[in-house]
Structures are given as C-alpha cells and as structure tokens.
Ligand binder design. Structure first.
Ligand code: ARG
Ligand code: ASP
Length: 712
C-alpha cells in the first residue's frame, strides 16, 4: 500500500516534470548535458550525437537556416534537406516572396503553382542564403577575459563587439566558413555558431496558393487548419561542393546528411521534435514589460495595421493584378497584426501580469538586502515608466510613418542611393522591382489613413511637424492629393523622367520632394526626441536583464533554464496532442482532406479549392497517403516554437521527417512571452499531404523519387 502511494507520487511528479518539459528551445550542443535523458524517457530513440556531432554526420547537417545575403545570421525561416542532391523543403509562406517575384499575369505562379520539370527550369533567387551549422563553441570565458572592470556601458558594448569580431575572424580564417557569436541567457553566456552559407538557392516547386495558403489570413494562427504550407527549393554549390554565388555551372549541393521521410503515420502522444531557427522570444520579462506590451504597444500597432489592411484588402478584392501586387505585403502586415491580438488575449486569459507580480513579490523577499539584487525591480519599474511614451511614439514612427505609406520609406531609399552616387542603371533596376508591385491609388489611401491616426492618437509633442501640417485647415485629403501630384516618386514614369532630367542634381532636387520632406520630418523627430532616450534606456536594460536572469537562476537552482530564442539553431521536443480551448470544446490532433472539402467555397477567395483537388477527392484517389482512410493534412504538437521556426522539420522518435512546422494555434500564441503547456500548440503540415500534393496534383514524381521514404 505504502509502496503504491509512493509510486503514485512518483508518477505524479514525473508527469508534472514531463508537462514542464514541453516548454523550451534547447541548444543542440548542450542536449547531452541537459535534455537527452528526458527526451529518451519520452520515447526518443536516438542519441545526442545523432542530433549534433562535429566529427561525424548528424541530423543538424540536414537543417537549413534561410536568410538574406545582407544579413545571413538572421534566419527568416527554416528548411530541411531531403535528398542527396540538395533538395530542400520549407513552407509556402517562407518562399512566398520568391514565388511572387517570379509571378506575372501571364505566369501567375502564386495562383497556379509552379513545378520545374527539370533542373534547367529551377528559378534563381538572388539574395537568398541557406546556412548549415558546422559547429558551436562556448566563448563566454574568452569574452569575459577581455573585459575590464569599471568601464562605461557603451565602452563595454564596444569592447564586446570587438572581441566577438576578432574571435569570429580567428575561427574561420582561410576557410569558406562564417562565424557568428550571439549572447544567450541575456548575455550571461556567449556561443559562437560556425556556418557554411550557400548563396545559390533555387525555386523548384510550389503548390497554388489555394493549397499553400489555403484558409489565407482568415485561418492564419488558427486550429483546425488545412493549409498545405510547403514549397521546394534546391541548394546549388560550386565544383568542390562549396558555397558559391549563382553560376549556371553550379551543381546541386551534396549534403552530409538529409532527412528520411516517415510513412508510418501518427498517434496522439507520439514523441516529436522540432529542429530549427526560432527568432525571438522573451520569456523572462517582468510584469512591467508585459503590461506595456499588452496595454500600449500591441493595441496601437494593431490599430495602425487595421487601417492599412482595410485599404489593401479592398484593393485586392477589386482587381486580380492588385491581388498579385499586394499579396505578399498584405500577408506580412496581417500576420503580426493577428498575432498581437492573440497574444493580448492569451496574456489576459493566463493572467500573466498578475502571475509575474506574484513571482516578483517572492523575488523581492528572496533578494532581501542582497546588494546586487535588492533594487533590480525598482529600476525596472522606473525604466519602463520612462519608456512608455517613447515606445508609443516609436511605434508610430515605424508603423504609421516610415513603413506606413510606401512612398515615404521609398523616398528615403532613393535619397540614400542618390547620395551614395549609385549608378543610374542600378537605381532603375531597383525602381522596377519596387514599382512592379506598387499602386499609387492604394498608397494614397494608406497615407491618408496613417496621417489621420498619427494626429488623432499621439500627444502633440510626438507628432512630426509635416504630419501636423498635413492635418491643417484644408484637411488631410487635400494634402495627400497634392503630395502625390507633385512628388516625383508617385509612379514609375515620373520617377524615370526625373532621373533622366536631373543627372547630377537629383539628390539636391529630391530634398524638396514632398514625400521625402515628410520622411525627413518624421525621421528628425525620431532622431532628436526618441532614439537617444530609447538607446539609453535600452543600454541600461541590457545590464538589468543580465542581472535579472542571473538572479532568477540563483533563486531557482533546481530549475533548468532555457535561453530565449535568438535566431540560432534549437531543438524543441514534446508530443503530438490535441487540446481543449475552452469549456466543453476539444480539438483533435489532426485534420484531413475531408475538412478541406467542408471548407470549400468558390465564392470566398481563401476557401476556393482547386478543381483538380475536388476531382481527386471525388474519386478518392489517395494513393498511399492516408490515415484511417482519409488524407491527413495538418497536425498539432506541444513543441515550443516561434517565428523563424516556420519550415522546420518536425521529427518522430527515429529522427524521421513527419511534417513541416508552420504556425501556432490561436489560444497559445502568447507563448513568446509565456508558455502554457495545456494550450500551446505548434501546427505542422503532415509530410504525407506534401507528398500527396506533389504526386497527385503536381505530378512531380521525379522529386518524390529523389527522397527516401521509410516505414518507420
Ligand atoms: N502565422 C504563420 C507565421 O507566423 C504563418 C504566416 C503566413 N501565412 C499567412 N496567411 N499570412 O509566420
Ligand atoms: N509562422 C511562424 C514562422 O513563420 C511560426 C510561428 O510563429 O509559430 O516562423
């Protein structure tokens, strides 16, 4: 009897621990120390070295961070290698810009999909990079050794940057590798990642948006979900299999390893792991920070984007060409807009502010009179108080100003190019790219809305002079009409004319352009009244944050902390599991093609199923891609993920590919700030749906032929 009670208690405790363990994004190099035993307890069959090893091939060699040539260490998405010839799968929304930029009314790849029939037809994507992690190294001691006591904050910042650069150079000198050091645990630790960065990444295939973006922004961030969010790329390398800029003679990259594809199927409770590049999380913020996000930042940013989206959506509904032009922009604006709303909801529901306040109370008690920690929270409170108006004003500068109407930000880009005396040819190429997706009337309407919100919602001291003038006696619409009539940036023809006519004086002339003057006015206010203060507060917070987390670790020696996401390679593990969003409602863990047919509605753009898919469904021509007689489409699991994890491989207990991560479920999108195991779910597209679409809809058998399908 006694023993049974003990056992029960043990099971209960373990259960509790397992629940907690779903939270966290872990560092591949440190799995052996912190996680692997628990992963194996949860069903994982491989070893830590199978995931991350330096002297032999491991799973990490098959994970790809997608980036841009100008900033290759920021990974906007993740992809995974699935063949020995450099074939990569990622999300449709990750390649959306690439697909969009190859689209026109004649070749509408966004609408119709695209499938290269052979290697020659694969499309080049200038500026896109694919990074593969070679190794990691802890450089904390090396950095600390170079720091002196008693130097100022900015001197310290400078010194750290210098040391990092030196270490990065030393680590890669004479090789084709690139190193990058990032702070972890709020700067309590520094790790260097060494990459091989490929620069020739081609588009191989993408389903039509009606599959790859099925449900559109309506279903975005939601479960149950039916989006076939995948696309196919290929990495090309030079003759020695090394990273090389695009060249026609480049060859498909031959990776150290690639993922095998599991045809076994899924069960609730199965072990699952996500291996990718999560971007940013903030799990250790104080209540002051959360309150500011929830009450100030998010609500205003949401309001600005709502106004923008109303204009853009109406334009897209009105015209097919406008739909192509604005598809990618609209998706970008809508994505964070919706997430912020879900975040506020989740934070309120989980009483995150109140919970943090309780923790802070305990912290104050623990800190007592310990010199280093006693005043931490007071300092935070003070800084967040100072920050409040500034972040709000900064949000308007960004969301409503520089990134509000496109003409404003564009004027600054052009000014920069002219100032640097860029070649005219170069400017024209750049301008073609821009005007291709530009609609003057839509932008005009956006500008009016932005100016209205700016004037309505901010205290006068934060409104830039030009913005205030725009709302003068004659009214905003008259101002906007006039701006677009007189600006040389309002359409392509006028701009080209302007360049032709003003070879040398273009930069000087641009100073008088109304769009540029508006930009300058916004920028000046920012540089004078906002930026210096925000930087000072930011620097002070960096120090606080480091101390705060160090203190929390001291206070809870029993807890294994994980580092916030920072766009470096991480492992999240958990299990496949449904959830209950509210009383009496329960969600299953996977969706099927049947659900797509239930949502089918030719009248609604987001739910208009392609005819061919309807036909396949009618004939039940499902091939081997079924689970319980239906084609599985998406599934959910308890893996802790965030933006950047899109396209990440979702792996089973054998390390085989079962799906591609692409989203999170509505009730748990606050997980960047607070993870709640009962409700936070990542959403993945089932790899069998990916194969089904490639096989039955696209007829891309040659691609499936490249992959290795296994029964486990
Ligand atoms: N919410 C997902 C992520 O944050 C998918 C976004 C793309 N899809 C869309 N409908 N906008 O990136
Ligand atoms: N959809 C996100 C991405 O693009 C993933 C997420 O935020 O869960 O990375």
């Amino acid at each position: 009897m006694k023993q049974r009670t003990l056992l029960l208690i043990l099971v209960f405790l373990l259960g509790g621990m397992i629940c907690r363990a779903d939270e966290g994004m872990w560092i591949p190099m440190l799995l052996k120390k912190y996680n692997i035993e628990e992963m194996q307890r949860q069903g994982f069959k491989l070893t830590a070295e199978d995931i991350y090893a330096v002297n032999q091939a491991s799973l990490k060699d098959a994970v790809v961070g997608l980036g841009y040539e100008e900033m290759p260490f920021f990974h906007f998405c993740t992809g995974e290698l699935v063949s020995k010839e450099g074939l990569v799968i990622t999300n449709h929304h990750c390649a959306f810009d690439m697909i969009q930029s190859h689209s026109s009314l004649e070749h509408n790849y966004l609408r119709d999909g695209f499938w290269a029939k052979n290697r020659e037809e694969e499309l080049i994507n200038p500026g896109i990079t694919a990074s593969i992690l070679v190794r990691m190294e802890d450089v904390t001691d090396k950095i600390n050794a170079g720091l002196k006591e008693g130097i100022s904050l900015s001197e310290q910042k400078q010194k750290i940057a210098e040391i990092c650069q030196q270490l990065e150079t030393e680590a890669t000198e004479g090789t084709e590798l690139k190193a990058n050091i990032k702070p972890y645990f709020n700067g309590n630790q520094y790790l260097m990642s060494v990459f091989r960065i490929f620069k020739d990444v081609r588009l191989v295939g993408a389903p039509p948006s009606a599959i790859g973006k099925f449900g559109g922004d309506t279903d975005n961030w939601m479960w149950p979900r039916h989006t076939g969010d995948f696309s196919v790329l290929r990495i090309y390398a030079g003759s020695r299999n090394e990273p090389a800029s695009y060249a026609p003679e480049n060859k498909p990259y031959q990776p150290e390893s690639f993922f095998k594809i599991s045809m076994k199927g899924l069960n609730e409770g199965d072990f699952t792991m996500v291996f990718g590049y999560p971007g940013t999380t903030n799990e250790y913020l104080t209540s002051y920070a959360i309150e500011q996000i929830q009450e100030v930042e998010n609500p205003h940013k949401i309001a600005i984007r709502t106004a923008k989206l109303n204009v853009i959506n109406a334009a897209m509904e009105s015209d097919e060409l406008l739909r192509i032009k604005y598809a990618s922009k609209a998706a970008g604006v809508a994505n964070a807009w919706k997430k912020w709303q879900g975040e506020i909801k989740g934070l309120k529901r989980f009483r995150t502010v109140a919970k943090k306040q309780e923790e802070e109370k305990a912290f104050r008690q623990w800190a007592g009179t310990q010199e280093e920690y006693a005043t931490l929270l007071e300092k935070y409170k003070h800084l967040y108080g100072q920050r409040k108006d500034l972040v709000l004003a900064a949000a308007y500068v960004n969301e409503a100003g520089k990134k509000g109407a496109e003409i404003v930000g564009w004027s600054a880009n052009i000014a920069r190019l002219l100032k640097d005396s860029a070649e005219k040819e170069q400017i024209l190429i750049y301008a073609d790219e821009y005007y291709k997706d530009y609609d003057r009337n839509t932008d005009k309407k956006i500008l009016s809305e932005m100016l209205r919100l700016y004037n309505r919602n901010l205290a006068p001291e934060w409104i830039p002079e030009e913005v205030r003038k725009a709302a003068g006696k004659k009214g905003i619409d008259v101002y906007v009409d006039k701006l677009f009539e007189t600006s040389v940036l309002a359409d392509r023809e006028t701009f080209v004319q302007f360049l032709e006519n003003n070879r040398l004086k273009a930069y000087k002339k641009l100073q008088k352009d109304p769009a540029y003057r508006l930009y300058v006015s916004i920028d000046q206010l920012y540089k004078k009244q906002i930026q210096p203060e925000l930087t000072r507060i930011g620097n002070e917070m960096t120090v606080l944050n480091q101390n705060w987390l160090a203190a929390l670790m001291k206070m809870h020696p029993e807890r294994t902390f994980y580092a916030d996401a920072n766009s470096t390679l991480r492992v999240a593990y958990g299990k496949i599991q449904g959830y209950a969003p509210s009383d009496a409602v329960g969600y299953e863990y996977y969706t099927t093609l049947k659900g797509i047919m239930e949502k089918d509605n030719p009248e609604i753009y987001d739910y208009n199923v392609p005819d061919k898919l309807r036909e396949i469904y009618r004939n039940r021509d499902f091939g081997p891609y079924t689970q319980d007689g239906e084609v599985p489409v998406c599934f959910i699991a308890t893996n802790h993920t965030t933006g950047g994890n899109s396209g990440s491989p979702v792996l089973n207990a054998e390390g085989h590919l079962i799906g591609l991560n692409f989203d999170r479920a509505w009730d748990g999108v606050m997980s960047d700030l607070q993870y709640a195991p009962e409700i936070c779910r990542n959403i993945a597209v089932d790899i069998r749906y990916v194969l089904f679409i490639m096989d039955k809809l696209a007829g891309a058998h040659h691609l499936i032929g490249e992959m290795l399908l296994v029964d486990e």
